[in-house]
Design a protein around this ligand. Structure first.
Ligand code: 2PG
Ligand code: MG
Length: 426
């Protein structure tokens, strides 16, 4: 047990070259912890607000005010606090900010400090963060959702669907899932290059494709799985993030790529057709964050077959999850959407209470910070989404999972892929 002796912060740079907040906690006994705030591009309106400076420099995105808040007010409030009492630290942060959306001190400042405290507490106990969080509980590695093609807000809306991802229901371990994904990623790149449809990579490292329709991405993904010598559905299945809040304009879903505008009912029919035709096991934000009726209808229609994930829809809010009323059957957990680790954990506990699944997720703007891998393992969240299979802000996280899986060895609980996606994995 040791108190916070020093709290520092600085502006550093994220994977999009934008400013972000890094916080560092030092305890009285000399342990250190560091946390970095990630940043979203397709954000839900209910997320904790980032504090950005505005003005013209750096596109208004600078975070000097957020940094000053950490080394001023937040430091003064937390000095001497017990570092291992994460709930008390986070409560203090929330009280100090005093706004419902964390807009005064900034969700970016708060999440960096919250993460830094968790790391310092783990260092104090001389444990890796995942073990510090899990205590004596046995743990497993999470099943990765890995992006192959990027679109939406991460690729200037080149395609409307934001994330075309794979999940490997047939893989026997985290390491094997990564190996299979590496083959699929390579195969997908080779296919696009051959057709002259490869335009670089999107924000999370997935290929930036020149598709003619959104459905073409699904067919290409199935083709890439086959090219890689794997069985679509049984070995490697499809997962989508439609990020549909981004498509909702003037009372309809606008598919710019196809020059079409769909009602909720038409989008629902299209997604059901995709689920029939392709080995899809998970769809995130199939409808806009405001379209509760469609979310409930889609969950009734497809929720027994696939995972339906609320991201912008729940914004990692315990309250929203408890009020889900049959919308979705899974929740994305993003610590910076909530603002603190304690609130993120509360959302995961609410999901467990309600029989919802959960996936810990990175943001499209990331850094070398690998905390989310430790959160997934340590909290027992059985799935993890960190973007694609290229660029080191993504690979650092996948590689951290490999190290944890190796450290756990035979002590690990069974890898949950086949339990979570049994039909696809047969
Ligand atoms: C999402 C995330 C990650 P962003 O929508 O799930 O893909 O994107 O961080 O831009 O919200
Ligand atoms: Mg999303």
């Amino acid at each position: 047990m040791s108190g916070i002796a020093e709290l520092r912060a600085r502006r550093i740079w994220d994977s999009r070259g934008r400013p972000t907040v890094e916080a560092e906690v030092l305890t009285a006994s000399g342990a250190r912890g560091r946390g970095i705030a990630p940043a979203g591009a397709s954000t839900g309106s209910g997320e904790a607000r980032e504090l950005r400076d505005g003005g013209t420099a750096l596109g208004g995105l600078d975070v000097q005010r957020a940094v000053r808040g950490v080394i001023g007010e937040i430091r003064a409030a937390l000095l001497g606090s017990e570092v291992a009492d994460q709930a008390a630290v986070d409560r203090r942060l929330i009280e100090l900010d005093g706004t419902p959306d964390k807009s005064r001190l900034g969700g970016n400042a708060l999440v960096a400090v919250s993460l830094a405290c968790a790391h310092a507490a783990a260092a104090e106990a001389d444990l890796p963060l995942w073990r510090h969080l899990a205590g004596e509980q046995p743990v497993a590695l999470p099943v990765p959702q890995i992006q192959i093609f990027g679109g939406g807000a991460h690729a200037r809306a080149r395609v409307d669907v934001q994330d075309y991802m794979v999940i490997c229901p047939g893989a026997g371990s985290f390491a094997e899932a990564l190996e299979w994904t590496a083959e699929v990623y390579r195969a997908a790149g080779a296919r696009l290059a051959k057709r002259g449809a490869l335009q670089g990579v999107a924000d999370e490292g997935g290929y930036w494709p020149a598709f003619k329709s959104n459905e073409e991405g699904l067919a290409e993904l199935v083709g890439a799985i086959e090219d890689a010598g794997l069985r679509p559905g049984a070995d490697v299945a499809l997962a989508l993030d439609v990020a549909a809040s981004q498509l909702w304009r003037a009372g309809a879903y606008q598919l710019a790529l196809e020059n079409r505008s769909l009602s909720s009912e038409q989008l629902l029919a299209m997604l059901l057709r995709w689920v029939e035709r392709y080995p899809i096991v998970s769809i995130e934000d199939p409808f806009a964050e405001t379209d509760r009726t469609a979310m409930q209808a889609f969950t009734r229609a497809a929720g027994d077959r696939i995972q339906i994930v609320g991201d912008d829809y729940f914004v990692t809010s315990e309250r929203r999850l408890r009020a889900a009323a049959g919308a979705c059957n899974a929740v994305l957990l993003k610590p910076n959407q909530a603002g603190t680790l304690t609130e993120t954990l509360a959302c995961w506990n609410a999901a467990r209470d309600s029989g919802y699944r959960a996936i810990v997720s990175a943001r499209s703007g990331e850094t070398e910070d690998v905390s989310i891998v430790h959160l997934a393992v340590g909290w027992g969240v059985p799935q993890l989404k960190v973007g694609s299979f290229s660029r080191s802000e993504r690979m650092a996280k996948w590689n951290e999972g490999i190290r944890i899986e190796e450290a756990l060895g035979a002590r690990a609980l069974p890898y949950p892929a086949r339990r979570l996606f049994p039909r696809a994995g047969r």
